[in-house]
Design a protein around this ligand. Structure first.
Ligand code: BTN
Length: 292
C-alpha cells in the first residue's frame, strides 16, 4: 500500500503558513449534500479568514434567537487565533477548520459524553466517504490513525435559558500530514489523505465537510433522545486504547495510570487501577499510551 502520509504534497493544499489553501468549499455541492441528509436545515457560512470559528460562534450565540432545528456552521480557510483544548493554540493550515453552533434543549449536566459522540460522528463520516484505513478514537475526543492525531475537537457551551444551551463544537480535521503543524504542536499528526484511497485535495474537502455535518445532525437526534449511552457501543468499536496500558496527564504530570477498559454510558473512561475500575471524567486530563 502506498504511503499516503507523504504522497500528497503539502503544496497541493497550502503554500505557506500565512496563505489560504489552494482548495475551496464548493458551496452549491455542499448545499446539495446537506439537503439530502440530516443537516438539511443547517446554515453554513464560509469565510476566508477569522480569528477562531469557535470564538465567532460563541459570541454570536450570546445574542442569537433560539431555533431548535437550525444549527449554524462557520467554516474558515484560515484561523489566526485557533483555539485547542486546554488553552493550546490550534494551527490548521493543512486542514478543515469549522465550528457548529448546535442548539440542544438539555441541561448542562446532560452534555456528558457529547465530545465522544462528536468524535464518533466524524469517524463515521470518514467511513461514509470510503475510509480504507481504520480511524481510531482516543478518549475523550481525538481521532487518530496509527497513533497519530487526525482531528481535534473543542466544545464550548453557551447557556440559552432553562434546559437550553448552544454547544459550539469546533473541529480541526487534518487533510494531509503537515510537518509545520507537527513541529508547532510537538506531536505526530496524520491526514485524511492517508485514509481515503483516492483523496482529491480539491474536491474532497467539500465532500468530507458535508458528510461530517450530516453525521453530526444525525448524532444530535440520538443524543437528545438517549444521551451518549446509545452511542457507546459504536464508540467502543473504534476505541484506539481499549485494554491498553495508559497514563492520564494533567499539566504534563501523570495523575493516574492503569488499563483502559472502555467508556461507560456517560462517556467516562473506565480505568482499571490497583483500586479497581475508576470512572474518569474528561476535564483537563489527557490520555497517553504507557509502556506495558
Ligand atoms: C484540540 O486541541 O485537539 C482541539 C482543536 C480544535 C480546533 C478547532 S479548529 C475549528 C475550531 N475553532 C477553533 O478555534 N478551534 C476549533
Amino acid at each position: 500500500m502506498p504511503d499516503r502520509s507523504t504522497s500528497t504534497p503539502i503544496s497541493a493544499l497550502t503554500d505557506d503558513a500565512a496563505a489560504l489553501p489552494a482548495w475551496h468549499i464548493d458551496e452549491s455541492v455542499l448545499r446539495r449534500t446537506l439537503d439530502g441528509g440530516a443537516a438539511r436545515d443547517w446554515q453554513v457560512d464560509v469565510v476566508a479568514e477569522t480569528g477562531s470559528t469557535n470564538a465567532d460562534l460563541t459570541q454570536a450565540c450570546r445574542s442569537a434567537t433560539w431555533d431548535d432545528a437550525r444549527a449554524q456552521v462557520r467554516v474558515a480557510y484560515r484561523q489566526t487565533a485557533g483555539r485547542g483544548r486546554q488553552g493550546r493554540p490550534w494551527q490548521g493550515q493543512a486542514g478543515l477548520t469549522f465550528s457548529v453552533a448546535m442548539p440542544l434543549a438539555l441541561a448542562p449536566a446532560r452534555l456528558s459524553g457529547l465530545s465522544l459522540a462528536v468524535g464518533l460522528a466524524v469517524a463515521q463520516a470518514l467511513e461514509d466517504c470510503g475510509a480504507a484505513t481504520a480511524v481510531g478514537l482516543k478518549w475523550p475526543n481525538d481521532l487518530q490513525v496509527d497513533g497519530r492525531k487526525l482531528a481535534g475537537i473543542l466544545i464550548e457551551s453557551v447557556p440559552a435559558g432553562p434546559q437550553r444551551l448552544w454547544a459550539v463544537i469546533g473541529i480541526g480535521l487534518n487533510l494531509v500530514r503537515d510537518a509545520r503543524m507537527e513541529a508547532a504542536l510537538g506531536r505526530d499528526l496524520s491526514g485524511v489523505a492517508e485514509v481515503l484511497p483516492t483523496f482529491d485535495p480539491h474536491r474532497d474537502p467539500t465532500r468530507i465537510l458535508g458528510a461530517v455535518l450530516n453525521r453530526l445532525a444525525a448524532m444530535r437526534e440520538v443524543f437528545l433522545a438517549e444521551g451518549f449511552a446509545a452511542l457507546a457501543p459504536a464508540w467502543s468499536a473504534r476505541d484506539a486504547f481499549r485494554n491498553e496500558p495508559v497514563r492520564l496527564l494533567h499539566d504534563g504530570t501523570v495523575v493516574a495510570e492503569g488499563l483502559a477498559r472502555g467508556v461507560d454510558g456517560e462517556g467516562h473512561l473506565l480505568l482499571e487501577t490497583a483500586n479497581g475500575l475508576e470512572p474518569i471524567t474528561s476535564g483537563e486530563v489527557s490520555l497517553r499510551g504507557a509502556p506495558a
